[in-house]
Design a protein around this ligand. Structure first.
Ligand SMILES: Cc1cc2nc3c(=O)[nH]c(=O)nc-3n(C[C@H](O)[C@H](O)[C@H](O)COP(=O)(O)O)c2cc1C
Length: 336
């Protein structure tokens, strides 16, 4: 008899399970510590100034300006904080001699040009901080590609009855403004049911969906989320979570997020298919917000937050950030 089987026979079951759990705990700590080291080494954290990391920061702050430009009621002179960050990162970019042809830097310069042009178009002066922070890159900004970012206009057209999958994918954009029409809860349940066709590891189906149409709870949850600040509250809100209790080994520690993400994408497709407007909203919260959302929605302890999705009927017309995609060569590697 092997040593493992011998121990299994002589140790009481409760103690044996406890020992196995302790072993899982040690393994989990090792995995998390490796994950921690990799994240600290390679994420766009302060001090990590590789081209990829600075590019990510440029994209992050450029998207803030892009969102500001896509508000239907434009607020002239917005974005001082994001501009400050962009100027700081552009200076670092220049210092390191990185390429001015990278996606993120082209996007940042483009959004800065759009910012300038939007103010000129409306006949309002640029805020003083723009020239102070960006004066150094005037030539680059003034010659940036206007198509690389900014706001696009959504105009409602009734979709054809039988859209292909690729048409649904191409038609979906995040919309943050909705018509005033309430959303039928049953339509959301229908989308949530269709999204259950998403695959999941061993078909364990860890994703859970909360459909929120109660205006008081919705408002509380949206205020806690705070990622759609400056927009009216949506008529409906979804919360996708994933149940940790469906996972059986510490090697699966990230799987709740993968399965939850797959479900969420299927759900976004289903909402588009049903001709609803939606915007995924992050749940990357610090403790206070996480606890707040958990308590507002009364979420069980074994569920992790994946994302909110704001939902409404499509408006006749609205602006939205262009959110241009990278070129496929940037992300696809063919291993032959
Ligand atoms: C997980 C996730 C979280 C997001 N969080 C927010 C958010 O908090 N606020 C927001 O306005 N947009 C949010 N978005 C929407 C993204 O900005 C948007 O998906 C991206 O710019 C691509 O644009 P598109 O969805 O129109 O194709 C989020 C998207 C995802 C996938």
């Amino acid at each position: 008899m092997g040593i493992k089987t011998t121990i299994r026979h002589i140790v009481p079951d409760g103690l044996y399970q406890w020992m196995k759990k302790q072993r899982s705990g040690v393994k989990l700590r090792t995995f998390l510590s490796r994950q921690r080291r990799q994240f600290m080494r390679t994420a766009a954290l302060p001090g990590n100034e590789g081209e990829a990391q600075l590019e990510a920061l440029l994209q992050y702050h450029a998207h803030e300006i892009e969102k500001g430009l896509s508000h239907n009621d434009f607020r002239a002179g917005f974005g001082r904080r994001a501009m400050w960050f962009l100027a700081d990162i552009l200076a670092r970019w220049e210092k390191h001699g990185y390429s001015w042809n990278d996606f993120g830097v082209r996007q940042a310069l483009s959004v800065l040009r759009q910012y300038k042009e939007k103010h000129a178009e409306l006949g309002v002066p640029l805020p003083d901080f723009f020239q102070q922070l960006m004066g150094r890159w005037t030539d680059r900004i003034d010659t940036a590609d206007l198509n690389a970012s900014g706001a696009a206009l959504f105009e409602y057209q009734r979709p054809s009855e039988h859209r292909s999958y690729s048409q649904v994918l191409m038609d979906r954009v995040s919309l943050r403004n909705y018509s005033s029409e309430p959303v039928d809860e049953q339509l959301l349940v229908k989308a949530g049911t269709l999204a259950m066709r998403a695959p999941s590891v061993c078909n364990r189906q860890s994703a859970r969906l909360y459909v929120i149409t109660d205006s008081k709870i919705l408002e509380q949850a949206m205020d806690m989320q705070a990622g759609m600040y400056g927009y009216a509250k949506p008529p409906a809100l979804l919360m996708v979570t994933s149940k940790i209790s469906t996972f059986v080994d510490v090697t699966e520690r990230n799987e709740p997020y993968i399965d939850g993400g797959l479900y969420s994408m299927a759900l976004l497709g289903a909402l588009e298919e049903l001709d609803l407007a939606a915007c995924p909203l992050n749940t990357m919260f610090e403790k206070r917000r996480e606890n707040g959302v958990r308590s507002i929605l009364n979420l069980p302890d074994d569920e992790v937050l994946i994302m909110f999705i704001a939902v409404g009927h499509k408006p006749e017309r609205t602006l939205h950030p262009k959110s241009l995609r990278r070129s496929p060569e940037d992300i696809i590697t063919c291993i032959r």
